[in-house]
Design a protein around this ligand. Structure first.
Ligand code: HEC
Length: 152
């Protein structure tokens, strides 16, 4: 076996050993009171479901690679962090003040960092078009179409 074979063997071995690390194994979709779900116009809900729900709801679609380390580690981190920051499945349990703050953050993030680039990479259809971003922003600004995000 040449050097190449040995290196490949080590890589495969490490990859296999990764699978035994007990991290990122839990793929939960906690049962949630339906009355807590966000209610938004159909066109906006469609976009949230398509582009945000995998990380920002309790209705995550876990792809097969989310069961394979090391991908499982970062995916479960994204879902945990995403649900913690904003969970559309429990929207109605947030105070009005928190909802307003989140709407502002949704307004701000849909034109930039959200959905996360590494997610779009594997889910091309999650990418939002200009018009789709505008639909979400119209909703987030209660139809005004604009929110100043520099004032807190
Ligand atoms: C691949 C997972 C993923 C997807 C898809 C995703 N997000 Fe996020 N989102 C996160 C994570 C993780 C955080 C928490 C970031 C942090 O804590 O720094 C977050 C944070 C947020 C926040 C809180 C503000 C902030 O900057 O922390 C908002 C608002 C948000 N996301 C909106 C959206 C919207 C709207 C969509 C769909 C258009 C979306 N996200 C899609 C993972 C995701």
């Amino acid at each position: 076996m040449g050097v190449f074979g040995r290196v490949l063997g080590i890589i495969v071995l490490v990859f296999v050993l990764f699978q035994f690390i007990p991290y990122g194994k839990e793929k939960t979709n906690p049962k949630t009171d339906k009355t807590l779900k966000i209610k938004a116009p159909k066109n906006v809900m469609k976009l949230f479901k398509r582009s945000c729900y995998d990380c920002h709801s309790n209705e995550t679609k876990w792809p097969w690679w989310s069961y394979v380390a090391p991908f499982s580690w970062s995916i479960s981190d994204d879902v945990r962090g995403g649900r913690k920051a904003l969970n559309f499945s429990i929207w109605n349990s947030y105070t009005p003040k928190k909802q307003e703050k989140l709407k502002k953050e949704i307004y701000r993030t849909v034109a930039g960092p959200m959905p996360l680039p590494q997610y779009i990479w594997l889910h091309q259809d999650a990418k939002l078009s200009k018009d789709e971003i505008k639909s979400i922003r119209d909703w987030a600004s209660d139809g005004k179409g604009f929110i100043r995000t520099d004032v807190r």
